[in-house]
Ligand binder design. Structure first.
Ligand SMILES: Cc1ncc(C[n+]2csc(CCOP(=O)(O)OP(=O)(O)O)c2C)c(N)n1
Length: 321
């Protein structure tokens, strides 16, 4: 499992770095893209602990959880290129990924929107008596949406099998947490006040995340009600788009540098080196393998047709046209 976790993080890093580079150079992707570069350990650690019957939802920062669940890479890349072969038929772009076969129930860009959807899915699992868990990924900013409070309360009240995963990267676009939430409070403590079990973990430590998620999912599955995981991490690039931010931006060079020094892939390799001296060569090989896979997916996307205008309303509800 340890090697699988590192390998998955390298794969996601390669896909996103390839997309970021091509986004800038080729101007073929006409969709906002929110990269998880630097945050890979959260998605990989949590999703590796899910079972085939669980379902994962996410917000706008969706590539990493989609891929970590085994979502189809070609279909995601085609979606980001707006092509008919995309996972949302080329109509949704980067923020509307879906792959039901892989257990990725969907992502959406309205902040907090998918949180109650996950709670609804968990409610259906509970009513059917199925040992399944719904998992929902969101950022610290989304916890300030009213629907988050309603969802946590409802899930607690009905003891629903839902795992709330907050990827706390410290910012909502350019607003730091300290300017948005009262001093001395934490998101985890706020959630505990609903009677929900919650824990806070280093979100750049993939092994710690995996371990915490495994315990959380087990408790949800055994009927203990919802669980909340706050994972501290950091986004390396700008909020939306492929670029690095200027050194004198809202985060400051010293802060960014300190988090660059805590790369989740490098940290995981460091932790494994004593027991596996070949880890660095393996990681290097994985970078090669997945850069090639990502490049191939982009070529597939660009060779795919755009959706036909005649099909624009296909799949929409006849009654609402
Ligand atoms: C209801 C709503 N309000 C505002 C926005 C604009 N918006 C998009 S992303 C974002 C910040 C999200 O921050 P966070 O939830 O911490 O996630 P992160 O981007 O840091 O991963 C905002 C305010 C939105 N998409 N939806």
């Amino acid at each position: 499992m340890t090697h699988r976790l590192v390998r998955e993080m390298v794969r996601i890093r390669c896909v996103e770095e390839t997309l970021a580079e091509r986004y800038r150079d080729e101007q073929e992707m006409r969709t906002p893209t929110h990269f998880s570069i630097g945050q890979e350990a959260t998605s990989v650690g949590v999703c590796a602990a899910t079972r085939d019957t669980d379902v994962v939802y996410s917000g706008h920062r969706s590539h990493a959880p989609y891929l970590a669940m085994g979502g189809d890479l070609r279909a995601m890349t085609a979606e980001i290129h707006g092509r008919a072969t995309g996972c949302a038929a080329g109509r949704g772009g980067s923020v509307h990924l879906v792959d039901h076969a892989a257990g990725f129930g969907g992502s959406a860009a309205i902040l907090g929107e998918m949180i109650p959807v996950a709670v609804g899915a968990a409610w259906s699992f509970a009513m059917a008596g199925e040992p399944r868990v719904a998992v929902t990924f969101f950022g610290d900013g989304a916890t300030e949406e009213g629907v988050f409070a309603e969802s946590v309360n409802f899930a607690a009240l009905h003891r629903l099998p839902v795992l709330f995963v907050c990827e706390n990267n410290g910012y909502s676009i350019e607003s730091p947490l300290r300017s948005r939430q009262p001093e001395g409070t934490t998101i985890t403590d706020r959630v505990r006040s609903y009677g929900v079990t919650a824990s806070r973990v280093d979100g750049n430590d993939v092994f710690a995340v995996h371990c915490a998620a495994d315990e959380a999912l087990t408790r949800c599955r055994e009927g203990d009600g919802p669980y909340f995981l706050e994972l501290d991490t950091y986004r390396w690039r700008e909020h939306v788009g492929p670029n690095w931010e200027p050194d004198d931006g809202y985060r400051g060079k010293a802060e960014v540098d300190s988090w660059l020094g805590r790369c989740p892939i490098r940290q995981a390799a460091d932790a494994l080196r004593d027991t596996d001296p070949t880890i660095d060569r393996l990681v290097e090989d994985w970078y090669g393998e997945f850069r090639a896979e990502a490049a191939e997916a982009v070529e597939y996307a660009k060779a795919s047709p755009f959706p036909d205008v005649a099909d624009l309303l296909a799949g929409s509800d006849e009654r609402t046209r």
